[in-house]
Ligand binder design. Structure first.
Ligand SMILES: Nc1ncnc2c1ncn2[C@@H]1O[C@H](COP(=O)(O)OP(=O)(O)OP(=O)(O)O)[C@@H](O)[C@H]1O
Ligand SMILES: [Mg+2]
Length: 328
């Protein structure tokens, strides 16, 4: 049995950051680096080789490296893609390494599909901040008066978010506003909305069986070459979702305490409340203890959701992945 905490501490020095390769399988591939994932795009085969790094993004910036985070995210995405494949086609083809997913290359829709079931959030664009300011319509949805932070909404709502260019912040819009922009076909959008609602219902149902509340989540979708609307990127991970413990949710709500969360809310709160940083200027350096606690929470989400023990791959990540992919 490995000592998880010792393994995580060792990984503080060797997390998986940027990947340096120029060829995969001897071929030069197009490359796109997101905040969290390094993507190598194989146009010939219509595949995207996604390396999920340990980078953590918050307030739209990369703020640090969290031990085992990439592995947790990739393995959780795999878990959920397998569990929800009957509800919506997804991009997953193969998982050749704990940190890598090979996916079908799709043309992303220019919108993220955000499903929310609770009145919550910390960023200036969150539904809670809008409500607190007095807004009673959010992305076209009317909200009742007299609600408190972290209460359930009358029903889950879709709040589409337009994808901003790198470095910019995304903007939440209503269906009408989105369609008026003319960037997406209404029929495609409505189909995407239906998939998002079905996936979210299943995510909430399953999370509840594990003692968790899936408060909100974000889906990315794209069209495959044959036109199939496909779930891409990641699904129901602690990066794309807000998970709360269900057991003490009511008691904490009644006391006015924040829910116990399993997602990167922990890091967001540290950044905002301790480091007084919310996205402007260079991010503060994260102390090792904060990085470790974040790692423990990511791992807890994996173990709670899957019911399996998380076993970190402790081999040096770059040579290991290079060998798995034939990358140089
Ligand atoms: N199957 C797919 N086909 C095409 N694009 C995909 C697919 N899966 C994921 N992507 C894209 O790959 C990138 C993954 O990187 P990552 O999640 O780190 O990006 P991000 O920082 O969240 O977003 P950004 O694109 O703004 O950098 C995203 O741009 C995502 O939209
Ligand atoms: Mg992403």
């Amino acid at each position: 049995m490995i000592d998880l905490d010792a393994a995580l501490r060792a990984q503080l020095r060797t997390p998986l950051d940027a990947t340096p390769w120029t060829t995969i399988g001897g071929r030069r591939l197009e490359r796109y680096d997101g905040k969290v994932r390094d993507c190598y795009i194989d146009r010939e085969r219509g595949e995207r080789i996604i390396v999920v790094t340990d980078r953590l993004s918050a307030f739209d910036a990369v703020v640090g490296l969290i031990p085992s985070k990439g592995q947790v995210l990739n393995q959780l995405a795999r878990f959920w893609f397998e569990r929800t494949a009957h509800l919506a086609p997804n991009h997953m083809l193969r998982v050749p390494d704990p940190n890598v997913m090979i996916a079908r290359e799709c043309t992303p829709l220019p919108v993220e599909l955000v499903m929310r079931a609770y009145l919550t959030g910390v960023t200036s664009t969150s539904i809670w901040r809008a409500y607190e300011r007095g807004d009673r319509v959010f992305c076209g949805h009317r909200l009742p008066d007299g609600m408190r932070k972290n209460q359930p909404l009358p029903a889950p709502i879709l709040t589409p978010s337009t994808k901003a260019a790198k470095g910019d912040h995304d903007v939440s819009v209503s269906r009408d506003e989105l369609l008026a922009m003319g960037r997406i076909d209404p029929a495609v959008f409505d189909r995407a909305a239906a998939l998002a609602a079905a996936l979210f219902a299943e995510g909430q149902r399953f999370a509840a069986t594990r003692g968790l509340i899936l408060a909100d989540t974000k889906y990315e979708m794209g069209t495959a070459p044959d036109g199939t609307l496909t779930i891409i990127d990641e699904i129901h991970t602690p990066d794309s979702s807000r998970y709360w413990y269900a057991d003490d949710y009511e008691a904490r709500l009644a006391r006015g305490d924040e829910p116990r969360s399993l997602d990167k809310e922990y890091v967001r709160r540290w950044l905002a409340n301790e480091a007084h940083w919310s996205g402007d200027g260079p991010p503060p350096a994260m102390p090792d203890e904060i990085r470790l606690e974040a790692a423990r929470r990511y791992i807890a989400s994996y173990e709670l959701l899957t019911g399996d023990r998380f076993v970190p791959d402790t081999r040096d990540p770059l040579p290991r992945i290079a060998a798995a992919l034939g990358a140089a």
